[in-house]
Design a protein around this ligand. Structure first.
Ligand code: 6PG
Length: 256
């Protein structure tokens, strides 16, 4: 296991969501103490829904310093916000509409625009927000990622050119389920986050996770995520971790 990685395994999906929510709250406070704001990027998919709903519930809803929290998206499906596939639309229902985060601090990806235009617009939004000079990449305080059973993460799918992107912050791709045009952050952005958190749940992910940790040659998109200058946490439930070698788990900080 690489030094800046740890695995946390929780008994079930509810406990997993609770741990993720606690981590969000803790990192928010630490980031604000350090530099006055918390800048986080979140994912879509079904796994984080439970965590997002918990963010709006007590004790978290009023404990999280929403007034200094800035929310971005790791990826988005190119659909209107009211489409059930919209990551922003889902997050609005799950928590954004129910917490006191100022609207101006929420940065949805422009899923309604033609994909390339949307990618350029969001890249510009990141450049402006982080005051980036040419060729530089942003540093998010925290990024939450999921993993598909095919080993994709964000909207970086196996075999696609987007995995080789080294300059752009955001690219347009097509694929996944639903198989639609999408916008995604690129690896240089994801890998520079101070804290990368994978949130993975369910037995359908178990075989993929085993491959991730045991087969270096598998070249899954997930295996290209490395915390370059930060830390990476694998937050798993017992089902998704069920095929991981016991020995590897014992070497990590296992919290069941
Ligand atoms: C998106 C994602 C994607 C997701 C994984 C896992 O499709 O919007 O951000 O990378 O995290 O597909 O999705 P599930 O949680 O639904 O398994």
């Amino acid at each position: 296991m690489i030094e800046n990685q740890k695995i946390i395994i929780k008994e079930n999906a509810a406990m997993l969501a609770q741990k993720a929510t606690t981590i969000f709250n803790q990192t928010a406070k630490e980031s604000i103490d350090r530099h006055g704001r918390f800048v986080v990027a979140i994912s879509g998919g079904s796994t984080p829904g439970r965590m997002y709903r918990m963010l709006a519930e007590e004790p978290y809803g009023s404990a999280i310093p929403w007034d200094k929290t800035y929310i971005f998206w790791v990826d988005e499906r190119c659909v209107p916000e009211n489409d059930p596939a919209s990551n922003y639309g889902a997050a609005k229902k799950d928590f954004l509409n129910r917490v006191s985060v100022p609207e101006a601090q929420v940065y949805p990806m422009p899923g309604e625009l033609p994909p390339k235009q949307g990618a350029q617009k969001y890249q510009k939004a990141l450049i402006d927000f982080f005051h980036l000079e040419d060729g530089r990449f942003p540093t998010f305080d925290q990024i939450f990622l999921g993993m598909g059973a095919d080993g994709h993460t964000a909207s970086l799918f196996p075999g696609q050119d987007a995995l080789d992107e080294r300059k752009r912050l955001i690219v347009a791709v097509k694929g996944g389920n639903p198989d639609v045009n999408r916008l995604t952050m690129t690896l240089p952005v994801l890998n520079r986050a101070r804290h990368i958190v994978f949130l993975i749940s369910g037995k359908e992910k178990a075989a993929t996770l085993k491959t991730v940790f045991e087969d270096d040659q598998a070249r899954l998109p997930v295996q290209k995520i490395h915390a370059l200058d930060g830390e990476l946490t694998w937050l798993l439930d017992r089902e998704s971790a069920s095929l991981l070698p016991g020995e590897m788990i014992h070497q990590t900080r296992l919290t069941v």
